[in-house]
Design a protein around this ligand. Structure first.
Ligand SMILES: Cc1ncc(COP(=O)(O)O)c(C=O)c1O
Length: 173
């Protein structure tokens, strides 16, 4: 108590942790996020996902999920009042199908949720696939929610391409 640890921390998380996360992301992916304004601590990824979805999706908005996907995406979008737009991954390979993603985009698309390495298949998006999505979304107002909880579970010489490496996404400030 005398050291001041008995009160609420800042709502966005203690600065030392946010600084450490910023340094880790910069070391791994070469992109610096401002610990004061661009990093928020959550109680795990599920809370991070619902927090991000509730922050940007409003009733009437459309949010794309690539199925199969982690169970929390769809209920979080439904809770936001947004419309879930389900786009299947390619059967068998679970790779993104850009023709289907392109066909699902509308002026009301507010968000697309991507997940690499992917649960449940383990598929890891390539750099070319990330670039393709970035190009596809460039003329839109859509945000990307990139779920990378398995960033360190990559095998067989594959490489994880964090969304942090691609500066072309729209950013929340
Ligand atoms: C793709 C994906 N994202 C997020 C989570 C949830 O992470 P957390 O346990 O930190 O809420 C899981 C858990 O299975 C997951 O598979």
């Amino acid at each position: 108590m005398a050291a001041g640890h008995n009160q609420y921390p800042p709502m966005t998380g203690v600065p030392a942790l946010r600084n450490a996360i910023s340094a880790k992301v910069e070391a791994l992916y070469g992109r610096r996020y401002d610990p004061a304004g661009e990093i928020t601590i959550t109680a795990g990824a599920t809370q991070a996902i619902i927090t991000a979805i509730l922050a940007v999706v409003r009733p009437g908005d459309e949010a794309i999920v690539l199925e199969p996907c982690y169970d929390s995406y769809v209920p979080a979008i439904e809770l936001s009042g947004g419309t879930v737009v389900r786009v299947p991954l390619t059967p068998g390979t679970f790779r993104p199908d850009f023709d289907r993603i392109a066909a699902a985009l509308t002026p009301r698309t507010r968000l697309i949720v991507i997940n690499s390495p992917h649960n449940p298949s383990g598929t890891v998006w390539t750099r070319e696939e990330m670039l393709r999505l970035q190009d596809l979304l460039a003329p839109t107002d859509a945000f990307v929610l990139s779920d990378e909880v398995y960033e360190h579970m990559v095998f067989d010489g594959q490489q994880h391409w964090s969304a942090a490496r691609f500066p072309g996404w729209r950013r929340v400030r």
